[in-house]
Design a protein around this ligand. Structure first.
Ligand code: ATP
Length: 295
């Protein structure tokens, strides 16, 4: 099938766990993260350009529209690697808050890789796309597959997992942007005293045990971001006080999410948060990757 225009969804991710095991000689951190995609998504529209140019527009004017944009980087890499004659115009409809710990930029890059694979007829597998994605950022390979996975190495090694127990996810982002390199820069790996129990989280997912999943939530970056931005703790406390079953900061923050099983509680927590912050989203987890469940 030859396409002229294609639209691809780019869902946000949350971290159910985020552990840092060591700082590597190459400057990256050795991590262990359980991640899952949620149904808050950007949309990336790709229109074929016969003149070979790559151009980009984004509905959020403060997002860069040049090579600093991860989606633009993805298109440039694909064009160079496979010596593609054609170009593309990318339009990003931004719904995921920026610099929020939700991997919006990485997901846009991953959606661009998947879309261009079709638009430019490259015939690459998801594994090949994920490998290219790792050159753009550590979270891009996960975003190429989506679903639920354990990510290791610097985050680029992906083991697919089954769908977690179904539940509601309430995301709340205070009006601040957090720089991931800043948070990692303030982390003292030898002094971490709140490592999550990743094995227990894997068991909770494999058995779809909702309360064990809530007990196993953990993120070693949380204390760093909490010390820099006290609003994050206020949101966590508010979620807990309003009856959330589990609460955690995602990635390097500042977005905090609540896991909730009973729908009646969702409204209470949503209303409590809306009095406090503007960016509140009620979403569902997207579950496992289509047709490929390894756990
Ligand atoms: P992660 O969880 O992977 O650390 P994040 O959700 O914290 O990501 P992003 O929303 O990806 O952060 O944005 C981080 C920075 O990347 C922003 O400062 C922004 O300028 C830049 N950026 C580049 N491309 C994009 C994009 N397509 N969408 C959003 N931000 C982008």
């Amino acid at each position: 099938m030859n396409y002229v225009r294609i639209s691809v969804k780019a869902p946000a991710k949350i971290n159910l766990t985020l552990d840092v095991l060591a700082k590597r000689p190459d400057g990256y951190h050795e991590v262990e993260m359980v991640m899952t995609t949620v149904d808050l998504a950007d949309r990336v529209d790709m229109t074929l350009r016969e003149d070979g140019e790559i151009t980009l527009d984004c509905s959020a004017s403060f997002v860069p529209d040049d090579i600093r944009n991860h989606a633009y980087k993805a298109a440039t890499l694909m064009k160079e690697k496979f010596q593609v004659r054609q170009g593309v115009h990318l339009y990003i409809d931004k719904q995921i808050p920026v610099a929020a710990g939700l991997a919006g930029g990485s997901s846009d890059a991953a959606a661009t890789l998947r879309g261009l694979n079709q638009l430019w007829n490259l015939g690459l597998t998801k594994d090949e796309l994920a490998k290219i994605g790792a050159e753009i950022g550590s979270d891009v390979p996960f975003c190429v597959y989506g679903g639920t996975a354990l990510a290791t190495g610097r985050g680029e090694q992906i083991a697919h997992l089954g769908a977690p127990a179904p539940c509601w996810v309430i995301l709340a982002k205070p009006p601040i942007g957090v720089s991931t390199p800043d948070v990692y820069g303030n982390l003292r790996v030898a002094q971490i005293d709140n490592h999550p129990d990743t094995k227990q989280m894997l068991q909770a997912i494999a058995t779809q045990d909702f309360s064990l999943m809530c007990q196993s939530l953990g993120n070693v970056l949380e204390n760093v971001t909490l010390s820099l931005h006290p609003q994050v703790r206020q949101i966590k406390d508010l979620m807990i006080a309003s009856g959330a079953d589990g609460v955690l900061m995602s990635g390097s923050g500042p977005t905090v999410f609540a896991l909730v099983q009973k729908e009646a509680k969702v409204h209470r927590i949503y209303n409590a948060l809306r009095g406090f912050v503007k960016d509140v989203f009620v979403v569902r987890m997207l579950g496992a990757q289509d047709g490929e469940i390894l756990a």
